[in-house]
Design a protein. Structure first.
Length: 152
């Protein structure tokens, strides 16, 4: 992974956490968590009718997805999997923009569910994880999945 690029993106979007010692795999998990927290904040702000704060939170989530997660993809090495993730991140961004326009918490929930699924899958391919933890992933599948973020 282009660790410097992901680290810069992570710091740029302002997610507070110690990333200095984070390995590339952990950094992606932190990006997922940051996006989920921003979306949860936006949902609460919609419910409290804090419109300006909601807009800032959704913008924050979009920045994490676009500059952090999407910006860290290695589409050349990751092939179709990376391309599909790129498309999914674009879809999430569009849904977040629509949620912002409509103050729609259901759209925020949709994006959160997608991010949770991706985060869970990413956690299951943690380097050093035995196949007993993720029995459906072969070593080859883990290697291919890791390539989407250029970590090889």
């Amino acid at each position: 992974m282009n660790t410097a690029k992901a680290l810069k993106a992570y710091n740029t979007v302002g997610v507070e956490s110690s990333v200095d010692s984070a390995d590339p795999h952990k950094l992606i998990l932190l990006l997922y968590q940051g996006a989920l927290l921003a979306i949860a904040s936006a949902k609460n702000q919609i419910l409290r009718q804090e419109i300006a704060a909601k807009g800032a939170s959704i913008s924050h989530a979009i920045a994490i997805i676009e500059r952090g997660l999407k910006g860290s993809l290695d589409v050349q090495r990751g092939g179709d999997l990376a391309k599909n993730l790129d498309d999914l991140y674009t879809y999430m961004t569009q849904r977040l923009l629509l949620a912002n326009q409509r103050n729609d918490t259901a759209l925020l929930d949709e994006v959160s569910r997608l991010l949770i699924e991706l985060r869970t899958a990413w956690e299951s391919i943690r380097p050093g994880t035995s196949t007993t933890v993720a029995p459906t992933l072969t070593a080859n599948a883990k290697q291919q999945a890791a390539m989407i973020y250029g970590r090889m």
